[in-house]
Design a protein around this ligand. Structure first.
Ligand code: PMP
Length: 420
């Protein structure tokens, strides 16, 4: 009898035979994961890895309540939003309860990309403009239009798109507004009318820029004064990750015209949404219908409702703040001992540790993987370690991460002392 070959080499070869060559794997030594629970992922050999990278399983991998509620709903009814069903309505009510009252209606999609792409269409219809402003390290999604608004991918900038330098290292919160105003001027000079400023409110792919709080306010005022709208892309910081509030924009004291969300919304189940002011939606809704077959289906809504319940009941935002504060403090201690750490930034459980080169960051990410701790990297120069564990991570697990990072940094310094 043939025994199945579970080796990573054979799994990789089989994958490469059938998956398109567009895919990239994490880590020099890829991991063949077969199951996950809480903050732990397990490979085919039973080795466990501390997951400090995944902002999708926000309430922990395989959370039993999410699993049970998906299964229960799937066994009763799964249909779309062209019937009157209770799930999407209840979920819309719950989501609207987390944002300022001006934002008063919800559209469901399946991915962050769909939400952002829809946001562009809504902003164009509402303003009559076609110009968008994004940051120089932005990532906003996979559609052709959004690729032209995602400079971090290396794709060419799309028509009507102005790229503003991300607010890294700014002390004065007014400075980002000055930069956005310059983009608006350049746009108008090119004969383009502004439609919106589109920003990831934690600047995840720009290298995690969390401070100073309030830095978005002058920029939002600038786009409003120019007749444009502000779209808060909450795909990364949303659902309590920053520890202070449910949404990243709330840390900056601004009220968006459109809010897009996805990733953690279904704890891994593909569900996403766009929230907006009804008056912003009006022109788009008059001209077009929007129907998304799977967006807002009853099973996806059950998953998202379970996530909201668990975040509240398990006080995960509070946990994000407490464990996040501990991590920030510990990482700053590490920075005092390791000169390759240039900066430690972040809020709650969204943390960036900037190193002195991309090569070092890549080596540390791979070194940590070999010690059983999973993180990633980001930033324009890919020199920033990106740390985003599920919000159920506890202090003891955060300590494991810090210890492993300390040892990995020592190892990296020994291998390449010139920069140490
Ligand atoms: N916006 C941001 C800020 C993102 O990080 C991502 C995904 N990484 C997206 C949008 C796109 O989301 P999705 O992959 O669900 O289409």
């Amino acid at each position: 009898m043939n025994t199945p070959d579970n080796s990573i080499q054979s799994a990789l070869a089989r994958r490469q035979r059938v998956l398109a060559p567009t895919y990239r794997l994490f880590y020099d030594d890829p991991i063949h994961v077969v199951r996950a629970e809480g903050v732990w992922m397990y490979d085919a050999d039973g080795r466990r890895y501390l997951d400090c990278y995944n902002n999708v399983p926000v309430v922990g991998h395989s959370h039993s309540e999410v699993v049970a509620r998906i299964a229960d709903q799937a066994a009763r009814l799964n249909t779309h939003t062209r019937y009157v069903t209770d799930g999407p309505v209840e979920l819309a009510e719950r989501l609207l309860g987390t944002v300022p009252a001006q934002i008063d209606c919800v559209t469901f999609t399946c991915t962050g990309s769909e939400s952002n792409d829809l946001a562009l269409r809504i902003c164009k219809a509402a303003t009559g403009g076609t110009g968008f402003i994004v940051t120089n390290g932005a990532y906003h999604g996979t559609t052709e239009t959004l690729t032209g608004m995602s400079p971090v991918t290396g794709a060419p900038t799309g028509p009507g798109v102005q790229v503003v330098e991300a607010p890294l290292g700014l002390r004065n919160p007014d400075e980002f507004g000055v930069r956005v105003r310059a983009c608006i001027d350049a746009m108008r000079l090119g004969g383009v009318k502004p439609a919106a400023l589109l920003v990831d409110t934690i600047f995840g792919s720009d290298g995690v820029i969390s401070h100073p709080p309030g830095l978005l306010k002058p920029a939002v005022e600038a786009i409003h004064a120019a007749g444009g709208l502000f779209v808060a892309d909450e795909v990364q910081p949303g659902f309590g990750r920053t520890g202070d509030c449910m949404w990243g924009f709330q840390r900056h004291g601004v009220i968006p015209d459109v809010v897009t969300m996805g990733k953690p919304m279904g704890n891994g189940h593909p569900v996403a949404a766009l929230l907006a002011r009804r008056e912003v939606m009006r022109e788009f809704a008059t001209r077009y219908r929007y129907f998304n077959t799977f967006g807002g289906n009853t099973v996806s809504c059950a998953a998202a409702l379970a996530v909201l319940d668990i975040i509240e009941r398990e006080r995960l935002m509070e946990n994000a703040r407490q464990v996040g504060d501990f991590l920030m403090m510990s990482l700053r201690d590490l920075a005092a001992r390791h000169s390759m750490i240039q900066d430690v930034r972040g809020a709650g459980l969204f943390i960036g540790v900037q190193l002195d080169s991309k090569e070092r960051a890549t080596r540390v990410v791979n070194g940590l993987r070999n010690r059983g701790v999973l993180i990633g990297s980001s930033g324009l120069g890919f020199d920033t370690l990106k740390i985003r564990p599920p919000l159920v991570v506890r202090r003891a697990e955060a300590e494991l991460l810090v210890e492993a990072l300390d040892r990995t940094l020592i190892e990296a310094e020994l291998r390449d002392p010139r920069k140490g």
